[in-house]
Write a protein that binds this ligand. Structure first.
Ligand code: AMP
Length: 147
């Protein structure tokens, strides 16, 4: 069995993120694999009571969000020793972008966090769920403690 060669950490900058990041870093060291990181900025439309979800985010606001995310990603990259060309920042739907980038970059293991959700939350589908179902490579869902 071959070792993993390219690991992709999906970072949402949440309070649990550091735990997931350390796991990805540990595995990359253990397998002597490349480590990349991805963050996706949501571009959800703003819901207006009168017109419904039809107003997309303001272009300037999107730019500000992307700039702020880029800074956080760079900090995390520095912390984990991930060079800039392996720090991926996308805008859109997290699960779709994670799966697409993993394919484009020939990633063989995606590492992300997973909450122990049940019932309705599972039906609605979490990012972890979506990636697990659509990724063509292995996915490690690191169990996070819910408060
Ligand atoms: P969630 O399903 O939203 O609870 O997120 C589960 C995991 O998916 C997180 O712990 C992250 O590893 C990853 N994830 C969620 N949202 C994003 C995002 N916007 N960018 C990158 N990774 C994300």
């Amino acid at each position: 069995m071959n070792n993993y060669q390219h690991i992709l950490l999906a970072a949402d900058f949440s309070e649990h993120g550091e735990f997931v990041a350390q796991k990805a870093h540990y595995l990359a060291t253990k397998y002597n694999a490349k480590l990349s990181v991805i963050h996706i900025v949501d571009n959800l439309p703003i819901t207006d009571a009168a017109y419904g979800p039809v107003i997309p985010f303001d272009i300037d606001l999107n730019e500000e969000l992307m700039n702020a995310a880029k800074k956080r990603l760079a900090e995390l990259g520095k912390h984990l020793g991930i060079p800039e060309d392996r720090q991926f920042l996308e805008m859109g739907n997290a699960k779709l972008e994670i799966v697409a980038t993993a394919e484009e970059q020939h990633v063989d293991l995606i590492v992300l966090g997973s909450h122990g959700r049940h019932g309705l939350a599972l039906l609605l589908g979490s990012t972890a769920n979506g990636v697990l179902h659509h990724a063509k490579c292995d996915v490690l869902a690191v169990r996070l403690q819910d408060n």
